[in-house]
Design a protein around this ligand. Sequence first.
Ligand code: PMP
Length: 430
Amino acid sequence: MRLTDATMVNSFVPGSAPLSPEDEALLIRRTASMGPAYRLFYEQPLHVVRGEDVWLYGADGTKYLDAYNNVASVGHCHPHVVKAIARQAAELCTHTRYLTSQVVDYSERLIATLPAALQHAMFTCSGSEANDLALRIAHNFTSAEGVIVSENAYHGTTQHLISLSPSLGSGVSPSRTTRKIAAPLDGDGKKFAADVQSAIDDLAQNGIKICALLIDTIFTSDGVAADPPGFLEPAVNVVRKAGGVFIADEVQPGFGRTGSGLWCFNRHGVTPDIVTLGKPMGNGYPVAGLVIQPHIVEAFGATIRYFNTFGGNTVAMAAASAVLDVIENQKLVENAAKVGGVFAEALGGIKALGPVRAAGLMIAVDVLKDDGTPDPDRCLKIVNSLRNRGVLISASGITGHILKIRPPLTFGEDHVDLFMDRLNKVINSI
Ligand code: PMP
């Protein structure tokens, strides 16, 4: 069954993939106990039992090169992060209604990595909650409802966010207050700003004022828009001039992935009003949140009491703090820039593939037919064949014709060599 993400399969059909009897039984139990809404990666689902650095291990002992996992961003089961979580869990796990040093220390540390205007941190358990909270605060600040997102955006699972996540496909009903605009995959910032203006005008004609431009600053699910740095600035100016705020969703590109500081918006020379964070923040421990300019949250904070039971708990803060330690100690931002550059260049040398768009270790490659049109079928074959040769990636873009590659930030040039060896074999075999 083809769904919006071309690499995911729906409920498992027994006998449809060469699986061990144990895995087949597990899949049947999974579908029966978890119901119809879940999806698995790959035509032949992968049963994993262990992770270490850039490697995932299958139930049958096969070792897979993980070139897709941006949650275990400092490497699967990094010992420093694991120890920090275990130590804190053994000492105290409690929430933000007590005075604890962990959440204050981390807030200060996080804020110090951001432009001076972003002064307050708030914590959640997921990127969805972070975006939902950001929108609540933005609505409160602007007294407006209109939100602009990119055409194939994904921002989360809440009722509000699904209408702002067109990549979820046909199951999502359009919202009166949302406008979708094409992602600037060609880097044309002027056109993107003009599209933002048209969306604002269209909202106004329908009696809706602009509240926010909500953008994944690397446009992950649209297929990665990376260059030229700075292309976002005109659009941000347009939205602010109309009274809206700029919410930078850094859930995907944040914490060093793009290789230019910790934050992707740095590449564009803009300071967001709100930055939302998630996925790699705790290297798999559920910790997320936002950082915000004080004047935007002032009225909200005066009237609304914010509490999130698990958000910002002491263990979450230990995990998040340990992740920052590793990024600093292992110089992972520098590594993302260096290895990402080598990787993108190697991918660019493959004649059978289309253009590469990349920043650090966030890499997208178009798979095109001879006439230059998208080739989602070949893209899907590449993803599944790589999986069968021990390399894990996925696909993105509206038609699912874009290879999405985003390995842990510890990826080295030897891993790039291995990846390219397998990719060349796959391409020659298709
Ligand atoms: N924003 C972006 C850009 C994302 O990619 C995601 C998750 N894929 C989210 C928000 C939502 O994060 P979570 O799954 O932690 O709710």
